[in-house]
Design a protein around this ligand. Structure first.
Ligand code: GDP
Ligand code: MG
Length: 175
C-alpha cells in the first residue's frame, strides 16, 4: 500500500460554505476524487473528504468539510479548528453572491480570526447565463481581504488551483 508509513506533517481543516446548489459538493468531488456528477444529490452522512498532497516538501493532509445539504444548520462545530474556508457562490445566481456577505459574517463570528478565505465563483462553464461579473466579485474580495477565483467543477477549471492556493497560504502562515 503506497500510503503505508507515510508521514503526515500537517492536517489542515478547510470548510466549504455558501448557498445550496452552488456546487460545493461537486467542487469537493472534483478536488478529492476527480469526479463530477450533474445530478448530485445531497450526500447525507459524509462529513469530510481528505486529500494528501506535498507543499514545500511537507506532506499535508487536507481535510475538506462539506455541509452535506445542511446549509441552514451549519453549527460552530463545523467551523471548529478550520484554518481555511472556500466561500462558494454560483456565477449564474445573483442571490448566491448577494448572500456571500452573510456567510462571511457567520464565518468571522465562528472561525479563527486568521482563517484563510477563498471566494469562489463556480460554474464558469455556464458563461452565457452569467449574472455576477468577475469585476464585482474581485472588488468585493479585495475589500474584504479574501482570495478570489472563478471555477468550474464540471470542466475541472481552477478547482485544484483554488484549493492549492488556500492550502499553500495556510502553510505559509503556520510555517
Ligand atoms: P451544493 O448544494 O453547493 O453542494 O451543490 P452541488 O455540488 O450539489 O451542485 C448543485 C448542482 O449544480 C448539481 O446539479 C451539480 O451537478 C451542478 N454543478 C456543480 N458544479 C457545477 C459546475 O461547475 N458547472 C455546472 N454546469 N454545474 C455544476
Ligand atoms: Mg452539497
Amino acid at each position: 500500500h503506497s500510503n503505508f508509513n507515510q508521514k503526515i506533517d500537517y492536517v489542515f481543516k478547510v470548510v466549504l460554505i455558501g448557498d445550496s446548489a452552488v456546487g460545493k459538493s461537486q467542487l469537493l468531488a472534483r478536488f478529492s476524487r476527480n469526479e463530477f456528477s450533474l445530478d448530485s444529490k445531497a450526500t447525507i452522512g459524509v462529513e469530510f473528504q481528505t486529500k494528501t498532497l506535498v507543499i514545500d516538501h511537507k506532506t499535508i493532509k487536507a481535510q475538506i468539510w462539506d455541509t452535506a445539504g445542511q446549509e441552514r444548520a451549519v453549527t460552530s462545530a463545523y467551523y471548529r479548528g478550520a484554518v481555511g474556508a472556500m466561500l462558494v457562490y454560483d456565477i449564474t445566481k445573483r442571490q448566491s453572491f448577494d448572500h456571500v456577505a452573510r456567510w462571511l459574517e457567520e464565518l468571522r463570528g465562528h472561525a479563527d480570526k486568521n482563517i484563510v478565505i477563498m471566494l469562489v465563483g463556480n460554474k464558469t462553464d455556464l458563461g452565457s447565463l452569467r449574472n455576477v461579473s468577475t469585476e464585482d466579485a474581485k472588488e468585493f474580495a479585495q475589500m474584504e481581504n479574501l482570495f478570489f477565483m472563478e471555477t468550474s467543477a464540471l470542466e475541472a477549471t481552477n478547482v485544484e488551483s483554488a484549493f492549492l492556493a488556500v492550502l499553500t497560504e495556510i502553510y505559509r502562515i503556520i510555517s
